[in-house]
Design a binder for this molecule. Sequence first.
Ligand code: ATP
Length: 217
Amino acid sequence: MSKQFAVIGMGRFGSSVARALYEMDYEVMGIDENEEVINEHINYVTHAVAADSTDERALREIGIRNFDVVVVAIGADIQASILTVLILKEMGVKKIVAKAQNERHGQVLYKVGADRVVFPERDMGKRVAHNLISASVLDFIELAEDYSVAEVVVSHGMVGKTLREIDVRAKYGVNVIAIKSGEKFNIAPQPDESIHANDVLVVIGNNKNLKEFEKYA
Ligand code: ATP
């Protein structure tokens, strides 16, 4: 049987996670203390329940322990978010993913038992910043503290050359993992692949090297 998910807190982030899972045909239960919010999202989840997640009994009635992954997407009410994670951990939930407002909140969430903490606002802020600094950078995703993937539009100087000729691995220490060329997406580019105007290179590398490469691109 495929994984079953529960999302607690159906704000912008939680409802977006829940809906994406639902659209990928997973079973998703949406939980929110606000009845109106529940009604709003009822068609985009498998089940929608109005409940306060800081109430252990309510969570027990829902059978929260039976879900493979529980996402805690409560933001503004930091106390409720922490308490919810703590209760879920004590109840034996297999995997808890929680959204944090800031670093400190994130640290506490790990301490009380979150298996993974996400920082959507911080991460999206970084992605937008990279795009603002350089128009050639379309997107930037941090993989680890020092490593990222960037989508970079090729510069004039690269057009007509092959990957071997631009040799970004030797020059910048980054690797081209894919080339987007219009509608085409080449995910295993060969060294003799030539670069066309407006192509987008998907490159992976450490942040320092990527920064140098972004200047060149
Ligand atoms: P977003 O940015 O995703 O919209 P946010 O960070 O502003 O969200 P909130 O709006 O504070 O977060 O919370 C998201 C949802 O969580 C709200 O719909 C709120 O009703 C719900 N929520 C808050 N506390 C609880 C709780 N104890 N139990 C269940 N749901 C809760």
